[in-house]
Design a protein around this ligand. Structure first.
Ligand code: ATP
Length: 308
């Protein structure tokens, strides 16, 4: 893998507020990196620094071996940035918006470029309607299409699906996955754990201007702890017998008939537990493995607790 973006020790202060505190990360070519954090964590600020829109107070931004802001003019055609504020002109049609961007980028055959993008983003039928009349999902798709004029290698997206309904969010996720399949590198910010889980090859958790954890979605979930075995009994009496049998295990009583056993010895421990209960002839109504979610990690990292 080739590192395409490298951020080293970025610092940024607004007045007395230290918004970014020695942030370092790297992104491999052809992957999706998701910077995950709550409102005000500093995601947009970092993105603006990474795209040369805002100067950092210290640290280094390296994109394809060029350094910002020094080499911005050399490198800026290689990436696009889609901010939280849409760059769409509501009075112009979808077609006109795209053609305008293509002309501003001095591309030959601006109309062909626009038509191709309208088709890719399922906007051909709405091509000649004023963009101001588009639904939220259509506007986001147009905004993303506009950021792809000129076929950039690296795509920076600031909270691309915030405010969208689930169907439109899914559409956009599909389009982002298609960009990755074409070999593009995508760096996106999100406050949605599910979005990071669905899209990212690598996640960075940003809290109060610091990356407090980083890894693949699977690695991040491991931070939340072991898998759990959920056991549901028909009645309180069976549950009480099971609790006695499993007294050496790490058991949480969710309700009188539901127990959750933390599999601290690994998933195979579930078989031993089920055998223990079967040998003692304790009937189990239902059971299943419960995997940690990114929600669990988020809770643990932001509040210092893990959900049961
Ligand atoms: N130009 C600015 N001047 C002063 N403070 C700012 C400025 N831009 C951002 N901030 C502050 O920096 C902090 C981080 O803001 P930022 O927009 O980077 O967060 P974020 O993680 O992107 O949040 P959101 O999800 O709400 O966009 C916030 O407290 C914000 O108020």
């Amino acid at each position: 893998m080739t590192t395409i973006i490298k951020i080293d020790q970025i610092k940024k202060r607004f007045g007395k507020q230290q918004v970014l505190n020695h942030v370092s990360l790297s992104v491999e070519q052809g992957t999706i990196y998701s910077l995950l954090g709550a409102n005000g964590a500093g995601k947009s600020t970092l993105l603006k620094i990474m795209t040369g829109l805002l100067p950092a107070d210290g640290g280094d931004v390296e994109i394809e071996h060029h350094h910002l802001p020094k080499d911005l003019l050399t490198i800026q055609r290689r990436f696009s940035y889609s901010g939280q504020q849409s760059s769409i002109d509501d009075v112009l049609t979808g077609m006109e918006n795209l053609t305008l961007v293509a002309k501003l980028r001095h591309l030959p055959q601006s109309k062909v470029v626009a038509q191709d993008l309208l088709a890719r983003f399922s906007l051909t039928d709405a091509a000649n309607k004023a963009a101001g009349s588009y639904s939220g999902g259509m506007a986001r798709r147009l905004d993303l299409a506009m950021s792809l004029v000129g076929d950039p290698e690296i795509i920076f997206l600031d909270e691309p699906t915030t405010g969208l309904d689930p169907a439109s969010r899914n559409d956009l996720w599909t389009m982002i996955r298609e960009l990755k399949a074409k070999g593009k590198t995508i760096f996106l910010t999100t406050q949605y754990i599910e979005e990071a889980d669905q899209l990212a090859d690598r996640i960075g958790f940003l809290r109060d201007g610091e990356i407090i954890a980083t890894g693949t979605p699977a690695e991040m979930k491991q931070l939340a702890g072991a898998e759990k075995l959920k056991l549901i009994f028909k009645n309180d009496a069976d549950s009480l017998v099971a609790q006695k049998i499993l007294e050496t295990a790490q058991v949480t009583v969710l309700d009188p008939v539901t127990l959750v056993v933390t599999l601290s010895a690994g998933n195979h421990q579930s078989l031993a537990i089920l055998k223990q209960l079967a040998d003692a002839e304790v009937p189990i109504d239902n059971f299943g493995l419960v995997s940690p979610t990114l929600d669990d990690v988020f809770m643990k990292l932001t509040k210092g607790v893990t959900q049961g």
